[in-house]
Design a protein around this ligand. Structure first.
Ligand code: KIV
Ligand code: ZN
Length: 505
């Protein structure tokens, strides 16, 4: 590998997924992992297999599904975690174990209740054991940003000696300033005797808004791997945003003289997919992937842009694939083409489900004529997890206009096969529909969020309704659904939440 190549280690499915509001179902994780492979990340940290059977299963399925990307699992520095981790990742073409242990005084004393010498032994044993199972091993001294530098040198030397080929330096609480973080990387590479036997990586949190700057300071000082997440999601204020670090190195090649394997034209699509899956919208002014990142509003700016785009644009929308909303399928496309394309996008479709999906596709294609991947994602919402359903929509009618908004709605209880119809008025058609749903299914908690967005532009665009409900135990459940009919999208999103709530009570 060339010395100016920076590996991109994506931890969206681990550090990102573990933060509140970002949890994903198995099928959603697989879809995102497939897209990350298209994006060209070098390593995907697919999860923390020992955390739960669900985590184990999703890491295993991702390892079995992906074709080229290295698949990594996280594990604490203990044999049982490492064994579980290996069992999940061993199916990958290139499996990797990432083991971590805290090294800062505060973590060692209060969290782990261990002395530095015990930590040193634990880390060495963990790396040795991981290496006995797997060729590729990362070691992270957690909270390195607040650890004693001499102790870091000692433990990193031991980890490399024990077989670690990557040493990841986490600024776990986002404490360091860019010059300090850069200096830490330079210091470690210079003072760790066997540093040439390993790649040094950065893992920066964004508590002070410095995660990307710190990661870039790291690579300027010799790190050759950045751990990051799509849209910068992650614990608390998040991690270094993949798109920011990658585009900085691309746009300012003159400054960094570094390269990555990222296919930047897939950035926009990956960001949108994550947004759609989690229902968490990226802030409009977010660098690179925010809605306004390429919007030029003021007259002076627009005038400048018309004369020469480079007056106000340092990177083009095309470079992140913003204009690549390609038309993929249309009303003449057949069932086989649809199934093959959906599978390529990462959906698992059973033969029983296919006729129903095809009918939905035809209905949508009749209305919209040309469908992009974004439309197909919206079409598949609600279809992409195999959770048992209790309530299904049979039919609904709504009226609005000069009279009070009204809705009549029939739901079927799939457990008893009974259909129940209710009618109600409301402040709007959606409100009336939601009153009917609550009258039929019961009240499961408080709706804390409701928002709607268009999937593509134009009057025939599908609307995706995202909702969140806080159930009586304080657990947040999310639902989303896309349709060209916004009332139907709202009803289906609420039913998804109700079905989840029914299962968790
Ligand atoms: O932030 C952190 O320290 C981590 C480690 C597990 C690498 O996420
Ligand atoms: Zn982290």
């Amino acid at each position: 590998m060339q010395n100016n190549y920076v590996k991109i280690f994506d931890t969206t499915l681990r550090d990102g997924e573990q933060s509140p509001g970002f949890s994903m179902h198995l099928e959603e994780k697989i879809r995102l992992a497939i897209q990350l492979e298209k994006l060209g990340v070098d390593v995907i940290e697919a999860g923390f297999p020992a955390a739960s059977p669900e985590d184990f299963e999703s890491v295993k399925r991702i390892a079995q599904t992906l074709k080229t990307t290295e698949i990594c699992g996280l594990s604490r520095a203990m044999e049982s975690d490492i064994t579980t981790c290996y069992e999940a990742i061993k199916h990958a073409k290139k499996p990797r174990i990432h083991t971590f242990l805290a090294t800062s005084p505060i973590h060692m004393e209060f969290k782990l209740k261990k002395t530095p010498s015990q930590i040193l032994t634990m880390a060495t044993n963990a790396v040795k054991f991981a290496k006995s199972l797997c060729d590729r091993v990362d070691f992270s001294p957690e909270d390195a940003g607040r650890s004693d530098r001499q102790f870091l040198v000692e433990i990193i030397e031991a980890a490399i000696q024990a077989g670690a080929d990557t040493i990841n330096i986490p600024d776990t609480v986002g404490f360091l300033q860019p010059s300090e973080f850069g200096d830490l990387i330079r210091f470690l590479i210079k003072n760790v005797k066997n540093s040439d036997k390993a790649i040094f990586a950065t893992h920066c949190h964004n508590d002070l808004g410095l995660a990307t700057s710190n990661s870039l300071a790291g690579v300027l000082n010799g790190a050759r791997q950045i751990e990051c997440t799509v849209n910068g999601i992650g614990e608390r204020a998040g991690n270094c945003a993949l798109e920011e670090a990658v585009m900085s190195m691309r746009v300012r090649k003159d400054f960094f003289n570094l390269q990555t394997g990222i296919n930047t034209e897939e950035i926009h699509k990956t960001s949108r997919l994550l947004e759609q899956i989690t229902g968490q919208k990226v802030q409009s002014n977010k660098a690179i992937v925010g809605k306004n990142a390429f919007a030029h509003e003021s007259g002076i700016h627009q005038d400048g842009m018309l004369k020469n785009r480079e007056t106000y644009e340092i990177l083009t929308p095309e470079s992140i694939g913003l204009d690549k909303n390609e038309i993929i399928l249309g009303k003449h496309s057949g069932r086989a083409a649809l199934k093959a394309h959906l599978q390529k996008m990462g959906y698992t479709i059973s033969d029983e489900k296919m006729p129903e999906i095809f009918v939905k596709f035809k209905t949508l294609a009749d209305k919209k004529k040309e469908l992009s991947d974004f439309d197909l994602d919206a079409l598949m919402m609600g279809e992409n997890h195999s959770m048992p359903q209790k309530w299904a929509l049979v039919k609904f009618e709504v009226t609005s206009g000069s009279q009070t908004p009204w809705c009549k709605l029939t739901l079927k209880n799939l457990e008893t096969n009974n259909s129940i119809t209710k009618e109600n008025t409301g402040t709007g058609m959606v409100d009336a529909a939601y009153k009917n749903i609550e009258a039929i299914c019961g009240n499961f908690g408080k709706l804390t969020e409701f928002y709607m967005e268009n999937v593509t532009n134009g009057l025939d665009a599908q609307a995706v309704v995202n909702i969140r409900l806080e159930n009586l135990d304080g657990k947040v459940l999310s639902g989303k659904y896309g349709d060209t009919d916004i009332v139907k999208a709202a009803i289906m999103a609420y039913l998804e939440v109700i079905n989840k709530a029914t299962l968790t009570t």
